[in-house]
Ligand binder design. Structure first.
Ligand code: G3P
Length: 218
């Protein structure tokens, strides 16, 4: 399973890239707003930090303007992935861009039917939002299961399932059990994956016993 980080905070991305766990980055207009920076600057900086796909979202809602924005964003770096909303215009833009060999991420997916038409539009990634479904009392992971099942019925569909709106490590492991291709994690959730209280307790005991030996290794 690939791990993307869902942030426009370049200090966080730099630090997480050093872990070797990072396969890409996703951003959205809210995350760009939170960074307080200009989108072209922040996406260029992220693309220089990470080799994998960096999702940069269009702000337009109408096809022609989406295509103009996509043209500007894709010029930033070879690893820019154009993020488009799951609307008729967004999927039309996705279809055009994918035919031109551009990586695309179709976002704001909340149903299996939406995921199916995004795949037919040639999306590189489909982003179902699990946390936002859980927030309204629906089962976000049930949607991931449905999409993975549907896509597996049609091997010609190349779209990768990118689980988004992740809130906790259980979302990550459940997505992995279901065979999702990618999880995009908030930095805090990615850091949470390392931790278990028995790891901390066990390491403290090992270090104490080792100290008693008086040895050094290097
Ligand atoms: O970037 C899309 C998605 O991951 C947003 O998550 O937490 O705002 O629902 P969230």
């Amino acid at each position: 399973m690939k791990f993307f980080v869902d942030t426009a905070d370049t200090a966080e991305i730099k630090s997480l890239a050093a872990t070797g766990l990072l396969d890409g980055v996703t951003t959205n207009p809210s995350l760009i707003a939170k960074s307080g920076r200009k989108i072209l600057d922040v996406i260029a900086e992220i693309c220089a930090l990470v080799e994998g796909p960096v999702s940069a979202e269009v702000a337009a809602t109408e096809y022609d303007q989406m295509m103009r924005e996509a043209a500007v964003l894709r010029k930033i770096a070879h690893n820019v992935c154009i993020k488009l909303p799951l609307t008729p215009d967004g999927l039309r833009a996705c279809n055009t861009l994918s035919k031109d060999g551009v990586q695309t991420n179709v976002t704001l997916c909340f149903s299996a039917a939406q995921a199916l038409i995004a795949a037919k539009a040639g999306a590189t990634f489909i982003s179902p939002f699990v946390g936002r479904l859980d927030d309204i009392g629906q089962d976000g992971m049930k949607l991931i299961s449905e999409i993975v099942d549907i896509y597996s019925n049609y091997p010609a569909l190349q779209t990768q399932v990118l689980v988004a709106s992740i809130r906790n490590p259980i979302h990550v492991t459940t997505a992995a059990k279901l065979g999702a291709d990618v999880a995009t994690l908030p930095p805090a959730v990615l850091r949470q994956l390392y931790h278990h209280p028995l790891t901390d307790k066990g390491l403290a005991a090992f270090l104490k016993d080792w100290e008693g030996t008086g040895q050094t290794i290097a």
